[in-house]
Design a protein around this ligand. Structure first.
Ligand SMILES: [Zn+2]
Length: 512
């Protein structure tokens, strides 16, 4: 749709800054917000009656893994009101890709749900294609450390040579110059997990020089949460880069009491002048690839090397015992959400304990067998957090709210379909954990500020007309872990750059 002159009349405006709601009209013209307040309708304007509804900025999903899917203009995010996605997280970005892309595809396909055809040689190419093909969202991208490392040195683990290090820094420099909004690490995913701190420090210095943001999936969220956070705070202190700790949480019930201390580390660093914040999704369960449960040295050399190790009886015992020792969960907390083959499809929706009983094996053996049979293509949903800790991190003054959503061949995590309506409905209206104004701030102006997304995230004259209209009494997500692929309710219209990109049909005239 081309941007029309549209007056949203009589709605309750929540402008993204955190300021209290107020009754006001909003005029959109030529793709921008033209006026806010008591506005007389210009004669060319279409007037949309928004009485009883909330008018807010389009939501910014500042931690998404839809790097490939944003180009497909799929409905999952726009139906939640998301008009900007920050991709390239946790060390995974679709650039820089070398001519031989096999290692990159093996590394990222569990998160990207890609085939063997994707890859861009640099950020500028990726971003210009995204701009051309993506109609529903503005795409902001971070350069992923894992991808950069594979471009510089292949999938090997351990310290890089000086030459490889130079190549990687050069690629990062190129990405930031070419429009990437920052840099991300995924320090639980091989090969990025094997990087020494000194390597990360050099990357952070490049980021700081460009005044951009460093977002990190830290080395651990369970037994070593505080150490892992401290490492990142030290990197930010030494390099002076802006730091965003990704999907902050405390994983595994035996670790739940660590959270308070971890938050205090972040608060203290902030007082010291370090520019650090964090983000979190509004669910107690997380989602990732099953190879995350294995010791990451088993992935040295890529998938083939992993499968050879799993099949090697002399290494089997060590891998199994290290997996058990590193596990912060109970086996029943880990549910298989997707597998690559049809013969194992029956395991989807079952937890590892159940699968072990059905296969008459120990849980760790059942898991290792499954990863081997599926050649690594297994995704999991794991019940990580306590409700109290989730509330504490969601409501914390330093947190943004994100989806961390990604696509799988199987059952996705419900956050892919429901994060933002769930925040507004279940979290604000039902649990009353925070006022709507604060929640909206965490998904609009705050992430815009963290990632330097200019001219979006606030309902303000001159800003892009990214706007959501929703019903505060009904907004929510019906998506569950068992039945995740359900669209939200109560999101009635979404505009991006003044063009209507979604309407539920409740509001008249939106698409005129
Ligand atoms: Zn992550």
């Amino acid at each position: 749709m081309t941007p029309a002159t549209l007056l949203l009349k009589g709605g309750t405006l929540i402008d993204g800054t955190g300021a209290p709601r107020r009754s006001a009209d909003l005029l959109m013209a030529a793709g921008r917000i033209a006026a806010v307040g008591a506005v007389e309708a210009p004669k060319e304007a279409t007037v949309v009656d928004c009485a009883g509804l909330v008018v807010s900025p389009g939501f910014i999903d500042s931690h998404s893994h839809s790097d490939l899917q944003v180009m497909e203009n799929r409905p999952e995010k726009i139906r939640q009101g998301v008009t900007t996605e920050v991709v390239g997280n946790c060390g995974f970005s679709p650039y820089p890709a070398r001519a031989d892309r096999k290692a990159l595809h093996e590394f990222a396909n569990g998160i990207f749900r890609g085939g063997d055809g994707w890859g861009w040689s640099n950020a500028a190419d990726y971003l210009s294609e995204a701009e051309r093909r993506t109609r529903l969202a503005s795409v902001v991208s971070l350069a992923g450390h894992g991808t950069l490392r594979i471009a510089a040195a292949g999938p090997k683990l351990g310290a890089l040579s000086e030459h490889e290090m130079d190549t990687m820094e050069g690629c990062l420099e190129d990405a930031l110059t070419g429009g990437a909004a920052g840099f991300s690490t995924g320090l639980m995913y091989a090969p990025g997990s094997s990087a020494p701190s000194a390597e990360l420090e050099r990357c952070c210095r490049v980021v700081a020089r460009h005044g951009k943001t460093y977002a990190t999936h830290i080395r651990g969220y369970s037994f070593h949460l505080e150490e892992a956070i401290q490492e990142q705070l030290d990197l930010a202190r030494k390099s002076s880069c802006r730091l965003q700790i990704s999907h902050f949480q405390t994983v595994g019930r035996m670790n739940w009491d660590r959270q308070q201390h971890a938050l205090e580390l972040i608060e203290r660093a902030r007082e010291e002048g370090i520019d650090v914040e964090f983000d979190c999704y509004p669910y107690v369960a997380g989602s990732t690839v099953a190879t995350q449960l294995l010791p990451q040295w088993t992935l040295d050399g890529g998938m083939e090397a992993l499968l050879a190790r799993l099949a090697d009886s002399t290494q089997h015992e060590t891998i199994a015992s290290e997996t058990v020792a590193g596990l912060p969960h109970r086996w029943e907390d880990i549910v298989i959400s997707a597998v690559g083959s049809s013969q194992n499809e029956w395991v989807v929706g079952h937890n590892v304990q159940e699968i072990a009983e059905m296969r008459s094996k120990k849980p760790v053996e059942a898991l290792i067998d499954l990863i081997g049979e599926e050649e690594g293509a297994v995704n999991i949903i794991s019940f990580n957090q306590s409700e109290d800790n989730l509330r504490q991190s969601l409501c914390h003054a330093l947190s943004s709210v994100i989806s961390d959503g990604f696509y799988v061949h199987g059952r996705p995590h419900p956050r892919l379909y429901g994060t933002f309506p769930r925040l507004l409905g279940t979290v604000c209206r039902e649990k009353k954990w925070m006022p709507l104004e604060q929640a909206i701030h965490k998904i609009t102006a705050k992430p815009a500020e963290r990632f330097h997304i200019g001219g979006r995230g606030v309902l303000k004259e001159g800003f892009a007309a990214d706007v959501v209209v929703f019903d505060p009494d009904t907004v929510d997500s019906p998506a569950t872990y068992e039945n995740p692929e359900l669209y939200p309710q109560g999101i009635h219209a979404v505009w991006r750059n003044g063009a209507a990109v979604w309407t539920s049909g409740v509001l008249e005239k939106v698409l005129q």
